[in-house]
Ligand binder design. Structure first.
Ligand code: UDP
Ligand code: MG
Length: 314
């Protein structure tokens, strides 16, 4: 199968018929063999009936329905598990992303050899102040931290090699950081394509301003987890030791000063308090690292690694 299109959706009943017709047109024009997996993330409107209708008429359309609303990441994750196409495309259901981009995205994966290609909504039709500006800041930070050169990490329209989506787990609200997940899983060829962005035609947006804070928090989790989750002591232990040694040296200095000069007042020196605090913080960091190590040693996935190839072994 050439293409799997994965569409997470929550209360998008009005858009689905139009979107599916458009998808069929693009797929047929290009003679692609395809499937469209619509993941209904616990919609409370008639989205699921619409999906059933579409699927009954066209067997390439498949559906997964969640019992309740779990979020876009969960929906993507389920879609990824089910996807069978060589190239997997994700897009939003609200028709802000254009299916006409699919052939070119597929070409970048198949011909140009990208592991993953992210859409870039260069010209956006969203509210400037509440969405475009915060999103610029988020992307700039994400670029710095992850060292992935993308302008638009959170674009819903993306294309992947099949093995990329099978190697990553999108949980929580990590859908904003999928390029980072992909990079940590060892897929380094991450490209970008300017895509057409359209105003939302039906329905309303499902995300509020918290998206940006959550995005930052998730990004720092990822960075930390990617680097240190299998060896937390290397992080906590290092900073703990630095703090502790600094505190210890400062106290020793104060003590020696006191021995040499009996009139030397220790407790009215700022250094005294800094030294105490540094030793306490250092000890706590060290302990946190130690406890984290104990947890990691007992975690069932402590030795789960993504194996790229094997020979002679199934
Ligand atoms: N979505 C979802 N579950 C949710 C929230 C959103 O599956 O809990 C879907 C939504 O239906 C849409 C896509 O995620 O297909 C992007 O959402 P939206 O268009 O509201 O985001 P925005 O374009 O405002 O960033
Ligand atoms: Mg949208």
């Amino acid at each position: 199968m050439d293409i799997s299109v994965v569409i997470p959706l929550f209360n998008e009943e009005e858009s689905l018929p139009e979107l599916s017709e458009w998808l069929v047109r693009v797929m047929n024009e290009n003679y692609f063999s395809y499937e469209v997996i619509m993941v209904d993330d616990g919609s409370t409107d008639c989205s699921w009936q619409v999906i059933e209708d579409i699927s009954n008429k066209n067997k390439n359309f498949k559906g997964i329905k969640f019992q309740r609303n779990y979020g876009k990441s969960a929906a993507l994750n389920e879609g990824f598990k089910a996807a069978q196409g060589d190239v997997v495309i994700t897009m939003d259901a609200d028709m802000q992303d254009s299916p006409d981009e699919i052939p070119e995205l597929r070409k970048m994966i198949i011909v140009d050899g990208f592991d993953m290609v992210s859409g870039w909504k260069k010209k956006r039709f969203d509210n400037k102040l509440t969405k475009n500006l915060p999103s610029k800041i988020f992307n700039a930070v994400a670029r710095r931290i992850s060292k992935i050169k993308l302008h638009d990490f959170n674009c819903g329209l993306k294309a992947y090699k099949k093995k990329v989506v099978k190697s990553i787990e999108v949980y929580g609200e990590m859908h904003r950081n999928i390029p980072v997940l992909a990079k940590w899983a060892g897929f380094r060829k991450i490209g970008e394509k300017v895509v057409e962005h359209r105003p939302r035609k039906y329905g309303v947006t499902k995300f509020g301003w918290e998206r940006f804070i959550n995005g930052f928090l998730d990004l720092s989790t990822l960075t930390f987890v990617g680097r240190f989750s299998k060896r937390p002591m290397h992080f906590f232990g290092l900073y703990g030791t630095l703090f502790f040694v600094f505190g210890l040296c400062s106290s020793l200095y104060l003590i020696i000063a006191k021995i040499i000069d009996a009139d030397y007042g220790i407790t009215n020196k700022p250094l005294f308090f800094i030294a105490l605090t540094a030793m306490i913080i250092g000890m706590q960091l060290f302990l946190a690292g130690f406890i984290a190590e104990l947890i990691v040693r007992n975690a069932t996935d402590r030795n789960n690694y993504l194996v790229e190839k094997k020979i002679g072994i199934n």
